[in-house]
Write a protein that binds this ligand. Structure first.
Ligand SMILES: N[C@@H](CCC(=O)N[C@@H](CS)C(=O)NCC(=O)O)C(=O)O
Length: 222
């Protein structure tokens, strides 16, 4: 197998999706820190790997694989002992893919990054209520994904769970997910927290991001 190098920072949710997947697959990897606050992601060297200048980026034997969702699908397809994390059956795969695209656009980009980027990179301290509503909308939709089964794409753990949990756990910086309103979601979070590699791959980085957001003393405004 090739040498895997992951570029990122632990606080970043999409980087944590890749960390969870590398651990789920029990793969060895090297982690290279990219300090976003020092704009290391805009260095000539990093832009050669990812012209978009975002983390995560992964090198597998020198081949760049970009975007957390594409990276985890690649890793599970290439290195999975079976297809349970990313099913080959096209209908089952389409459900996983749907959850991944939902994570990318609605959960990470719209709800989490849309709220967090102005606070941590542009020193904005007012958060419009609409942005909190974007977060609770995601809680409600994921609660529905979990209506009839324990994982977001069915009866077993897939890369869709390993992707969604990283944004959802980070959203708790703004508003808790109330067990009375979102019972399936809260039970699912607890289920994923039981994974033996959860703390090192997602728990630690989530705490770092939540502490950073909370240190900014934000106010929710109408
Ligand atoms: N869809 C991308 C999103 C990556 C992304 O936006 N990463 C953020 C960190 S959480 C980043 O690198 N931000 C730096 C920037 O946009 O300059 C993925 O899943 O990999």
């Amino acid at each position: 197998m090739g040498k895997i190098v992951l570029y990122g920072i632990e606080a970043s949710p999409p980087v944590r999706s890749v960390l969870l997947t590398l651990n789920a697959l029990d793969l060895p990897y090297e982690f290279i820190d990219v300090d976003l606050f020092a704009k290391a992601n805009k260095s000539e060297e990093f832009l050669k790997i990812n012209p978009g200048g975002t983390v995560p980026a992964l090198l597998d034997d020198g081949q760049a694989i970009l975007d957390s969702h594409a990276i985890i699908a690649y890793l599970a397809s290439k290195y999975g002992k079976d297809d349970s994390l990313y099913p080959k059956d096209l209908v089952k795969r389409s459900v996983v893919d749907h959850r991944l695209f939902f994570e990318a656009s609605m959960a990470f980009e719209r709800a989490l990054r849309g709220t967090t980027k102005p606070i941590i990179f542009d020193n904005e301290t007012n958060v419009p209520q609409q942005k909190i509503d974007n977060i609770t909308e995601v809680y409600g939709i994921v609660n529905k994904f979990l209506q009839d089964h324990p994982y977001v794409a069915g009866d077993n753990l897939t890369i869709a769970d390993l992707s969604l949990i990283t944004s959802i756990s980070s959203m708790h910086a703004y508003i808790d997910s109330d067990a009375a309103k979102y019972p399936n979601l809260v039970a699912w979070i607890k289920r994923l927290e039981q994974l033996p590699y959860y703390e090192k791959a997602n728990g630690n980085g989530t705490k770092q991001l939540i502490e950073l957001i909370k240190s900014k003393n934000i106010t929710i405004v109408p």
